[in-house]
Ligand binder design. Structure first.
Ligand code: HGY
Ligand code: MN
Ligand code: MN
Length: 408
C-alpha cells in the first residue's frame, strides 16, 4: 500500500496498524510508541491532502483548512487517537479519518471555506493508561489544567508528566483556544440500538454522565487451612459482598442506569492465602446527574457497611466524573434534514458511551453522530462497522460542514 490511504476503508486498516496486535485488537495508549507513530503518520497524511498541521502543547494534533477571512472562527471536527487495551479499529479512529476525508473532499469540491475548518486527533480520551480520561478535550476546553495530572502514574509506576515530556509534550504553558465556534464528532455507536432499529445514522440528543471509582478493601492475610471462618478478615469476601450488592441495587433504578466492575486486583493472589488487599473499579452512568449521584451514594454506603461488619477497611475514591451533556438542537435539526433529503435513515438517541463532545458541549454548540456497530460490540477486536455505514456517516458529515462553513 502507498504510504498514505486513499479511501475510508484503507485508512481504517492503516491507522489500526499502529498498535495493531496479532489477535486483531489495537492498543494505542497515550504517549506510547504506537501512539507517537500514529500521530506522526496522521500528520503526514493531513499534510499530503493539503491541510496545515500542528500539535498543541499536550499532543493534540490538528489539520486546518483555513478561511481567507482572518477573523473567521473555527469549526472543529474529530475524535481521539488513543484506544483501550486490545480495542477495536473504529473507536475514535473513524472520527479522525472521516474528518480528514471530509476536509479533503470539501477543499477539492468547494475550495476555501468562509469559516476555518479543523480536524483534531485528540491525544487521549479513554483513560486506559493513566487514571485520567478526556485529557485532550479537557485541556482544549479549559476544563482541565496541568495540575490535574499531578501525582498520576500508570500501572508500571511511570508518571503522567514523565511520559508526556518523554513524548515531547507538556513543555510549555497550555493556551485555551477562543476561536472554536462549533464541535462535531462522528463516532461508532458502540451499542446495539441502530442495528436493532435498522437505522443508518444516530442523532445524539444527550451523552450520559459517568462516575468512575477505585474501591480498596483491606483485611488480613492468613493461612486458608488454619484460620476459622469467624476469625477471618478476608478482603476478597468483603469485595464480593460489595459487588453483589452493586449489581442488586442497580435493578432498583430505571434501565438507563448502568454500572460495571471492569477491573479487580487481589493480593497476594495465592490459592492458599486469605486475601488481605483487593482493589476494584466501579463505572456508573445515567443521563440524569441526580439519579447517578443517588446510586453512587447508595453503593458507597453499602460498601462501608459490609467493611464494618466484616472488620475490614474500605476506601471508595472517585477518580473520574463527567456531567451528562445535551447536544445542540439546531445542529441536530440540520443533520436530520440532511438525512431526510438523502433518504438516509436516522434515529434520535442518547449516548451511553462518553465522548470528547461531552466536554465541548460546555463551551460551544456541539453534537455527535453515530454509525451502527455490528452486534453492538465495541472496545474489542470484534468491533466492526460496514463500509456502507461508514460512507453514509462521512456523507452526512460532508454535507453538514458544507452547510455550516461555505457561504452560498
Ligand atoms: O468509556 C467510554 O464511555 C468511552 O468509550 N471512553
Ligand atoms: Mn472508547
Ligand atoms: Mn471513543
Amino acid at each position: 500500500m502507498a504510504q498514505f490511504p486513499t479511501n475510508l476503508n484503507e485508512a481504517i486498516e492503516w491507522l489500526a496498524s499502529f498498535g495493531g496486535e496479532p489477535e486483531g485488537g489495537v492498543t494505542r495508549t497515550l504517549y506510547s510508541q504506537p501512539w507517537k507513530e500514529a500521530q506522526q503518520a496522521l500528520k503526514g497524511w493531513m499534510e499530503e491532502v493539503g491541510l496545515l498541521t500542528y500539535y498543541d502543547a499536550i499532543g493534540n494534533l490538528f489539520g486546518r483548512l483555513p478561511s481567507p477571512n482572518l477573523n473567521a472562527p473555527t469549526i472543529l471536527i474529530g475524535s481521539h487517537v488513543d484506544t483501550v487495551k486490545s480495542g477495536g479499529k473504529y473507536d475514535g479512529a473513524y472520527g479522525i479519518i472521516a474528518g480528514v476525508l471530509a476536509l479533503l473532499h470539501l477543499k477539492k469540491q468547494y475550495g476555501e471555506p468562509s469559516i476555518n475548518l479543523e480536524v483534531v486527533s485528540f491525544c487521549e480520551e479513554e483513560g486506559s493508561r493513566f487514571p485520567v480520561a478526556l485529557w485532550g478535550s479537557g485541556m482544549m476546553t479549559g476544563i482541565y489544567s496541568y495540575k490535574d495530572i499531578n501525582n498520576i502514574k500508570d500501572s508500571e509506576g511511570i508518571s503522567f508528566e514523565t511520559a508526556m515530556m518523554a513524548a515531547g509534550f507538556g513543555l510549555t504553558e497550555y493556551r485555551v483556544r477562543k476561536d472554536i465556534q462549533t464541535f462535531i464528532e462522528l463516532h461508532i455507536e458502540q451499542g446495539p440500538t441502530l442495528e436493532k432499529v435498522e437505522k443508518s445514522i444516530g442523532i445524539v440528543k444527550a451523552i450520559v454522565g459517568q462516575k468512575r471509582f477505585r474501591v480498596t478493601v483491606s483485611g488480613e492475610s492468613n493461612h486458608v487451612g488454619t484460620t476459622s471462618m469467624k476469625w477471618r478478615q478476608d478482603a476478597l469476601h468483603g469485595a464480593v459482598n460489595m459487588i453483589h450488592d452493586l449489581y442488586e441495587s442497580v435493578k432498583e433504578y430505571d434501565e438507563d442506569l448502568v454500572t460495571s466492575v471492569g477491573q479487580l486486583f487481589v493480593e497476594p493472589n495465592v490459592p492458599n492465602v486469605i486475601p488481605n488487599h483487593v482493589q476494584f473499579t466501579v463505572d456508573a452512568r445515567h443521563p440524569k446527574e441526580s439519579v447517578l449521584h443517588s446510586f453512587c451514594q447508595r453503593f458507597t454506603e453499602q460498601f462501608h457497611d459490609h467493611a464494618q461488619k466484616m472488620n475490614l477497611d474500605s476506601q471508595v475514591e472517585m477518580w473520574h466524573e463527567v456531567q451528562p451533556a445535551q447536544m445542540d438542537h439546531s445542529l441536530n435539526e440540520i443533520i436530520q434534514s440532511i438525512c431526510t433529503s438523502n433518504s438516509i435513515t436516522f434515529h434520535r438517541m442518547n449516548s451511553g458511551a462518553g465522548h470528547d463532545a461531552q466536554l465541548f458541549a460546555r463551551i460551544c454548540p456541539t453534537t455527535i453522530l453515530f454509525v451502527p456497530s455490528q452486534g453492538g460490540i465495541s472496545h474489542s477486536p470484534l468491533e466492526y462497522t460496514s463500509t456502507q455505514d461508514l460512507e453514509k456517516g462521512l456523507e452526512v458529515l460532508i454535507q453538514l460542514l458544507h452547510q455550516l462553513a461555505y457561504n452560498h
